[in-house]
Design a protein around this ligand. Structure first.
Ligand SMILES: NC(=O)c1ccc[n+]([C@@H]2O[C@H](COP(=O)([O-])OP(=O)(O)OC[C@H]3O[C@@H](n4cnc5c(N)ncnc54)[C@H](OP(=O)(O)O)[C@@H]3O)[C@@H](O)[C@H]2O)c1
Length: 215
C-alpha cells in the first residue's frame, strides 16, 4: 500500500530542521546548510546539480532511496521559496531552476492562492490553501499508487506528524548544534502519537534514524 514518507530530513542534535532568518541568501536559514552536509557530497545530489561525480556509500544509498517509489510530494511555502505574504507575481518558481528534481506533482501548502506551475521534466507545482488534509488527499490521488513524500520544511512535517499522518520518517542526524531556528519536535509527543524508532544506520556524515508509526 502507498505510504506517506519523510526522507532525508536533516536535523541537528538540538532538534532543529532549519536555521533562523531564512531569506534569499539563506534558503535553509543561517547555519542551516550544516544539516545537509551529509547530503551535498553524495553522488545523487551532485548528479542533480549536473556534476558527474559525487560520493557513493551509505549516505548516498539512503539519499537515493528517498526518490524511489515517490508519486507526489507535499512541501510548505517556505521550502518553496523566500517570498512571504501574497504572491506579487508568478516570477518565483522555486529554488531549483527550470527543471526541479521532483518530476511529479508537488503540492505546496500556502494561505495565498496561486495558479499551478508546469515545469520542465514533469514537475507541476500546485498551491493548496485548504490545509494539510486537502493537500494529502490531492497528493494521494496524483501519486498514481506511488508514495507521497512530505519534503518539508519543518512546520509542514510537524503538522503531518502531529496528525499522525506520516507512516515513515527518516531523519539524518547531524553532529551539529544550531542553537536556534525551526524546531522539528516542538509541542509533539511522538511516542503518544504512535511512533517508534525502527533502526539506526551509521552513515559517513550522519546517523540515519528510521521511525515508523505503529500500525
Ligand atoms: N532539514 C531538512 O532536511 C529540510 C528539508 C526541507 C526544507 N528544509 C528547510 O525548512 C525551512 C522551511 O521550513 P518552515 O517550517 O519555515 O516552513 P514550511 O513548512 O516550508 O512552510 C511553512 C509555510 O507554509 C504555509 N503553510 C504551512 N502549513 C499550512 C497550512 N496548514 N495551510 C496553509 N498554509 C500552510 C504557510 O505559508 P503562508 O501562510 O505564507 O502561505 C507557512 O508559513 C527552509 O529553511 C527549508 O530549507 C529543511
Amino acid at each position: 500500500m502507498a505510504k506517506v514518507r519523510v526522507q532525508s530530513f536533516g536535523i541537528s542534535i538540538d532538534g532543529y530542521g532549519a536555521g533562523p532568518n531564512q531569506d534569499l541568501l539563506h534558503p535553509l536559514g543561517v547555519r542551516g546548510p550544516e544539516l545537509m552536509e551529509w547530503f551535498f557530497p553524495t553522488r545523487m545530489w551532485q548528479k542533480m546539480q549536473g556534476n558527474g561525480d559525487g560520493e557513493t556509500g551509505i549516505d548516498n544509498e539512503i539519499a537515493e532511496q528517498g526518490f524511489t517509489g515517490v508519486g507526489s510530494w507535499i512541501i510548505g511555502r517556505n521550502m518553496f521559496g523566500p517570498v512571504r505574504g501574497s504572491w506579487p507575481d508568478d516570477s518565483w518558481k522555486g529554488w531549483w531552476g527550470d527543471e526541479p528534481p521532483y518530476h511529479t506533482p508537488v503540492f505546496v501548502l500556502t494561505h495565498h492562492p496561486r495558479r499551478p506551475l508546469q515545469m520542465a521534466g514533469g514537475t507541476e507545482f500546485h498551491f493548496v490553501t485548504e490545509g494539510i488534509d486537502a493537500a494529502l488527499e490531492q497528493a494521494i490521488a496524483a501519486a498514481g499508487g506511488g508514495d507521497v513524500r512530505i519534503g518539508g520544511g519543518v512546520s509542514t512535517v510537524r503538522q503531518y506528524l502531529g496528525a499522525a499522518l506520516i507512516d515513515e520518517l527518516h531523519l539524518a542526524l547531524r553532529p551539529v548544534l544550531l542553537g536556534s531556528g525551526e524546531e522539528l519536535f516542538r509541542d509533539l509527543d511522538l511516542r503518544a502519537l504512535g511512533y517508534e524508532c525502527e533502526k539506526t544506520v551509521a552513515g559517513e556524515r550522519a546517523t540515519h534514524l528510521f521511525l515508523r508509526r505503529r500500525g
